[in-house]
Design a protein around this ligand. Structure first.
Ligand code: CUA
Length: 192
C-alpha cells in the first residue's frame, strides 16, 4: 500500500526573488529622485515668487531719500567710464525724474526702486520693463534701437492715481548723448 505523496511544490525560482528585490530598490530610488525634483520646484518657486525680478539687492526704504544711491541729487542718467546708468525712484504717483535721457545704440543700465507701494514701468514698445518694489533695487540693462520720445507708464496698480502715473524717456542719437554726458554730470530732460 502506497501512501499518496503530494507533489512537491516546484523549486522556488531563485532569479525571481532577486528580480523583485532589485525592482523594489529601483522603485525606492526613483521615488526619492522624483521627491527631490518636486521639492526643488516648490522651494525655488516659492523663493522666486517672494522676490522681485532682479531680487539681488536690498535697500532701506526709510533712509532712501537721506543717503545712499537714491538721494534726489543722484537720480537721472550718468555716464561713468563709458557705462550709462539711469537711477530712478517710483512713488505715488510719479517717477523721479519725470523725464529720462538715454542714448540709442549704447547699453543702458537702469537701477530703480519704490518708496511706498509696488510700481513698475515699461518704456514704450521696448523691452525695458520691470517692477519696482519697496526695499529692493530692480536693475536691468537694455539697448534702445530707435531715437525719439517714448512714454513710460507705471504698469502695476499702485492706488487711485495709478493711471496718471507716467514718465517720459528721450532716446537721443549716440553722439548727441555723448556730447551732453561728457561732463560726467547727471542728465535729465525735466524742464527747469
Ligand atoms: Cu505706480 Cu501704478
Amino acid at each position: 500500500m502506497n501512501a499518496i505523496v503530494p507533489p512537491s511544490p516546484p523549486p522556488p525560482h531563485a532569479g525571481e526573488a532577486v528580480a523583485i528585490a532589485a525592482e523594489r530598490r529601483w522603485a525606492i530610488i526613483v521615488g526619492i529622485i522624483i521627491a527631490m525634483l518636486v521639492g526643488m520646484m516648490i522651494v525655488t518657486g516659492l523663493h522666486w515668487a517672494a522676490m522681485p525680478p532682479s531680487r539681488v539687492e536690498t535697500v532701506d526704504v526709510k533712509t532712501l531719500h537721506l543717503n545712499g544711491e537714491f538721494i534726489e541729487s543722484n537720480l537721472g542718467t550718468t555716464m561713468v567710464d563709458g557705462k550709462v546708468t539711469v537711477r530712478l525712484i517710483a512713488q505715488q504717483y510719479s517717477f523721479i525724474p519725470q523725464c529720462i535721457v538715454v542714448p540709442a545704440e549704447i547699453p543702458v543700465t537702469f537701477r530703480g526702486t519704490a518708496t511706498d507701494a509696488i510700481h513698475g514701468f515699461v518704456v514704450g514698445r521696448t523691452n525695458a520693463n520691470t517692477m519696482l518694489v519697496p526695499g529692493f533695487v530692480a536693475t536691468f540693462t537694455t539697448t534702445f534701437s530707435k531715437t525719439g520720445e517714448q512714454l513710460m507708464p507705471c504698469h502695476e496698480y499702485c492706488g487711485t492715481g495709478h493711471e496718471a502715473m507716467w514718465g517720459r524717456v528721450q532716446v537721443l542719437p549716440p553722439d548727441e548723448f555723448l556730447a551732453k554726458a561728457r561732463g560726467g554730470e547727471r542728465l535729465t530732460c525735466v524742464p527747469r
